[in-house]
Design a binder for this molecule. Structure first.
Ligand SMILES: *[C@@H]1O[C@H](CO)[C@@H](O)[C@H](O)[C@H]1NC(C)=O
Ligand SMILES: *[C@@H]1O[C@H](CO)[C@@H](O)[C@H](O)[C@H]1NC(C)=O
Ligand SMILES: *[C@@H]1O[C@H](CO)[C@@H](O)[C@H](O)[C@H]1NC(C)=O
Ligand SMILES: *[C@@H]1O[C@H](CO)[C@@H](O)[C@H](O)[C@H]1NC(C)=O
Ligand SMILES: *[C@@H]1O[C@H](CO)[C@@H](O)[C@H](O)[C@H]1NC(C)=O
Length: 391
């Protein structure tokens, strides 16, 4: 034993570089430049990133970090960062810019940057993800456009302090995840860019989104089927289509959304504010949902429940996703549309819909606001405009 220690000491003294190579120091930061990434905004750096990822994902230290340095722009084709990784926490430290190829140079399907089966993923660093969406929006309305950042099957993730610009489609998709904390994001795309949702959530639970600003051409946040325990706090949305639950129940699907709480959000110049949308013929439920302390600045149609999404057949006797236990509390500000509230429930009715301390006036001087209400049941305490069917 003693001999072994002495021997290794001599070895270290005589040949430190060999020692360093055979027993590597605990490296925790893996810089993409060291793997050959160029960062000139033109060269495809995908392979360098994937090589670096291999080392990060295989490292056993706590929180090995993939570093993407500041001041450089890295062009990446479609890339998939795969887990499971050795460490139970991995940092993707984006300090520089990632840029997608334009449509004519795109070689992939409908996803650009993907993380799959990575537990404890932390994406941070203050950098920018630029999807170059303008090269797609006009020429490719109905073809598959790539989502910029997809996170699939994850545990205990954090996404914070990243800017997202002009995705060809959704900016961020979270699917099959449990425990994701999103904060301090800035998501920006023009109000007429098609399907450019800010954050899209499906089949996931325990998600927090807070302290973020989103202006896009579609929903700021969309909460789809198979989700529960979602809190959205202190988000500024506009332009965009608001914060939406659904659409649920398309093509007769069974879908569920439960325990969604939206609080302290501002909608400015958005098409909608808070919206629940379901298709005739679907089943399942959307329940235990609250929208609280919401401020509106010229939002068109701030409050919507639409159980006839994409259907003109208001006499449809088809079953639908059941909407119940939805509370609207402390919602104030201005609507750009006279119809500020539109509750359009299917035959089976929306149950326990609660309106408390609502005051929505028109953003157009001299104009009034009104509510339309169909098959919604519940209670109302102080609401302007009044919602007749809740009385
Ligand atoms: C998440 O954590 C659980 C429990 O710690 C584990 O069983 C599972 O494999 C992890 N990964 C994913 C992707 O769910
Ligand atoms: C969401 O907020 C509720 C309280 O309103 C809390 O019980 C729940 O744990 C929160 N969930 C997450 C994921 O933060
Ligand atoms: C979000 O903002 C609130 C209020 O400023 C602050 O208390 C909270 O710590 C912030 N959350 C994060 C994750 O930065
Ligand atoms: C509604 O959601 C809250 C917060 O997530 C939760 O604490 C509560 O138990 C839920 N209520 C019901 C009836 O499920
Ligand atoms: C609603 O808001 C308007 C504009 O801020 C204000 O003049 C009015 O007094 C408010 N009504 C109630 C009932 O609070």
């Amino acid at each position: 034993m003693q001999g072994l220690i002495i021997l290794s000491c001599i070895f270290f003294i005589t040949s430190p570089s060999v020692y360093a190579r055979t027993i590597p120091q605990a490296q925790t930061i893996f810089n993409v430049i060291d793997y050959g990434a160029v960062g000139d905004g033109q060269t495809d750096d995908s392979q360098a990133f994937l090589k670096a990822w291999e080392n990060v994902c295989g490292a056993s230290q706590s929180t090995p970090t993939l570093n993407i340095p500041q001041g450089k722009t890295f062009m990446l084709g479609p890339v998939e960062f795969q887990g499971p990784c050795k460490s139970n926490s991995i940092q993707f430290q984006l300090q520089g810019t990632l840029v997608a190829p334009t449509r004519d140079a795109w070689k992939g399907d409908d996803k650009w940057i993907q993380f799959v089966y990575v537990d404890g993923l932390i994406i941070n660093g203050g950098g920018l993800i630029d999807g170059q969406g303008a090269s797609w929006w006009e020429s490719c309305i109905n073809c598959d456009r790539p989502t910029a950042l997809s996170i699939h099957s994850c545990n205990g993730s954090q996404i914070t302090e990243i800017s997202h610009l002009n995705s060809a489609r959704n900016h961020i998709s979270i699917n099959a995840c449990s425990g994701v904390h999103v904060s301090k994001l800035e998501i920006t795309a023009p109000d007429d860019s098609p399907n450019t949702d800010g954050i899209d959530i499906s089949h996931s639970n325990s998600i927090t989104i807070e302290n973020s600003t989103m202006g896009t051409g579609d929903d700021c946040v969309a909460i789809n089927g198979g989700t529960y325990d979602i809190n959205i706090t202190n988000v500024v949305c506009g332009p965009g289509h608001g914060i939406s639950i659904g659409s649920l129940g398309a093509n007769g699907a069974y879908e569920t959304v439960e325990d969604v709480h939206v609080k302290g959000c501002l909608f400015k110049g958005s098409q909608n504010g808070v919206r629940i949308k379901t298709w005739p013929g679907g089943s399942g439920y959307a329940r235990n949902i609250s929208f609280e302390q919401i401020t509106l600045v010229g939002a068109r149609r701030p409050i919507i429940i639409d159980q006839y999404y994409f259907s003109s057949d208001k006499n449809s006797k088809k079953p639908s996703v059941v909407v119940s236990d939805v509370t609207y509390l402390d919602i104030h500000g201005t609507s750009a549309d006279e119809k500020a509230i539109d509750l359009d429930c299917s035959d089976q009715g929306c149950k326990n819909i609660v309106f408390e301390r609502i005051n929505i006036t028109s953003s157009i001087p001299g104009d009034n606001t009104y509510a339309s209400c169909n098959n919604a049941y519940g209670s109302i305490t102080s609401s302007f405009p009044s919602v007749s069917c809740l009385k």
